[in-house]
Design a binder for this molecule. Structure first.
Ligand code: KMH
Ligand code: ZN
Length: 309
């Protein structure tokens, strides 16, 4: 069985400050939690930025600057910069940070979709920041736009020289695997590709083991031995789907971007706590956890010395 790569997605753009005091939304807390997650066993850190004044999702390169060098100095972990930003933004708005900092990896979203967060808003009455409720409720009418032209633009901008970033292909449904196959056949991406099965977003496939098996069977059919895969279960199914994925030879993603909880009804105290939990589960079920350098080998990355931060 190959080693299992743990990705930790530190803050994202789904959850808002009211939902958990543990969600890192300041540059210091993003840096500290990312470093602790790496120390706990995460080989890859998937990073979004936040507006330092109010914790709103940000794609401004200068907001990434406030934590990227700190993380690089303190860890050997692979930095993966989002090009998903937040579902309300266009792809042109979402890629400048990746272009500026040239990370080893960045995400790429493999299809347009509803990306609905509005049911979350019904759970809270008092908001810490004035942007939160409108942001969540507005998602009911929003489309997360990732057309084939958008995908090609990100692939061309970041996949080849000078950046040579490896993509985390965010696939929120089975159709996104077919979108990726179409692009791969046209030479847009280099093998091995790294799939992230994103399960449990309202608008995408639900977080059920049966669906995971279907995603995996479809990927086997489309990509043969040319791919690595990982699972992100959004919300309550995070740990269960990660455990099953690793048993099937896949990699895992945890982190407060995807779930704020450590167990049913109990908020996680940090990203590192989730990494520690999945690491323990992996070790108990006989999966060896990959170091960052082992993850670089598995995914064919350019190396941590070839980033621009
Ligand atoms: N927020 C996740 C559901 C991205 O950053 O490109 C998907 C994600 C997208 O991580
Ligand atoms: Zn993300």
């Amino acid at each position: 069985m190959p080693k299992t790569i743990i990705t930790c997605a530190i803050t994202g753009a789904i959850h808002t400050p009211t939902m958990s005091d543990a969600l890192p939304v300041t540059p210091d807390s993003i840096a500290e939690q990312a470093i602790a997650a790496a120390e706990a066993g995460a080989a890859i850190l998937h990073l979004h930025a936040r507006n330092p004044d109010n914790g709103a999702p940000s794609v401004a390169p200068e907001d990434f600057e406030l934590f990227l060098p700190r993380i690089k100095q303190a860890t050997n972990a692979i930095v993966n910069i989002t090009t998903g930003g937040s579902p309300t933004m266009t792809v042109e708005q979402r890629i400048p940070a990746a272009l500026r900092y040239s990370p080893e990896m960045c995400s790429i979203n493999m299809g347009s979709m509803n990306f609905a967060l509005h049911p979350l808003a019904d759970r809270y009455d008092d908001w810490k920041e004035d942007w939160e409720e409108g942001y969540l409720r507005g998602s009911e009418a929003n489309i997360f736009r990732n057309t084939f032209a958008d995908i090609r633009m990100v692939a061309e901008a970041l996949g080849g020289d000078p950046h040579n970033a490896k993509f985390e292909h965010e696939c929120y449904d089975v159709g996104h695997l077919y979108n990726l196959k179409f692009c791969l056949d046209r030479g847009m991406f280099k093998a091995p590709i790294f799939l992230q099965f994103v399960m449990g977003v309202l608008g995408g496939i639900s977080a059920e083991i049966d669906n995971l098996l279907f995603m995996k069977r479809t990927a086997d059919k489309l990509f043969g031995d040319q791919y690595q895969w990982s699972v992100l279960g959004a919300g309550s199914q995070q740990m269960k789907l990660a455990a099953v994925a690793a048993q099937l030879g896949g990699h895992v993603r945890v982190g407060l971007e995807d779930s704020l909880y450590i167990s049913r009804g109990e908020l996680a105290t940090s990203n590192a706590q989730q990494v520690e939990k999945i690491r323990k589960i992996l070790e108990l079920q006989g999966n060896d956890v990959a170091t960052p350098d082992e993850a670089r080998d598995i995914l064919g990355l350019k190396g941590g010395d070839r980033v621009n931060f």
